[in-house]
Ligand binder design. Sequence first.
Ligand code: FAD
Length: 281
Amino acid sequence: MTAPLFSLEVFPPKRNAPVGTIYDTLDGLEGLKPAFISVTYGTGKLKDRTATARIANTIRAEYHIPAVAHLTAQYLDKEAVDEALDMFAAAKVEGVLALRGDKVEGQEPAGVFDHASDLVSYIRATRPEFKVYGACYPEGHPQAPSFQADIDNLKRKVDAGATHLISQLFYDNEDFYRFLDAARAAGIDVPIEAGIMPVTNEKSVRRMAAMCSSRVPESLERILNKWGYDSYALTDAGINYASAQISELLAHGVNGIHLYSMNKPAVTRRIWRNVEVLFRS
Ligand code: FAD
């Protein structure tokens, strides 16, 4: 059996944040040696379409870690997608996480890449140098008519050429196992990494859970009720919660863990310290 993967996600600094903050994040992650670091991509009409490629390039060239660039395509035409892919090629990324992206109020999709699978096929056909990643949803995508319909659509994405899946965050491992069983039963046989987002702030948990239709199980609800007002205590409890989730997932034999670093390297490091040995045994 191959060893489970450990990978991380970072995002480009917000527009009003100093540009150097991404260096603070990456410096803080130094020594963790993830299999790759993925960099998110904004959606809709972006002011700066170069941020993902620039940060991916920095990760590869200055930190010597393979980089994966996210790309959301429903608001892009072919020319814009080609432009983004050219930038990713220049940054020598290892792969592209091909995404549809969320709807943006008041903006009309370009009508070229309506589903992530359209982008997967396009990259597969035009850029053989990239590994193509796809997103998946342990509790079903919020817009899917049913859990099974979402699995069927995921199979289309894999058939189109996605060779590695990364999951949405989830707070109850049982939801991930149910999804894994359904995906394997549907013939989806590519590696599926479990996406873990550490809890550090009650408001953001509530917002993310609502946005992603993720269930907050009773055990986490108790933590939020007890320490939601105290960010230090909640961060500690959140680190323990994420570490326990990861330990259990590794014991179950998952293919890998994708940790949403949220550009908080201190939290990421503490979780890594708790689980590092488990990736080796
Ligand atoms: P799709 O795979 O296209 O699925 C979207 C919906 O369409 C689902 O309900 C699916 O069942 C349905 N569907 C798919 N194919 C078909 C078909 N052929 N016919 C009918 N229905 C279909 N957002 C960002 O803006 N930037 C990021 O960097 C980013 N990174 C992410 C990373 C991960 C690991 C994950 C899990 C999500 C990320 N997102 C990001 C959020 C993502 O953009 C949203 O969840 C979005 O709503 C769906 O994108 P998708 O690529 O999964 O879409």
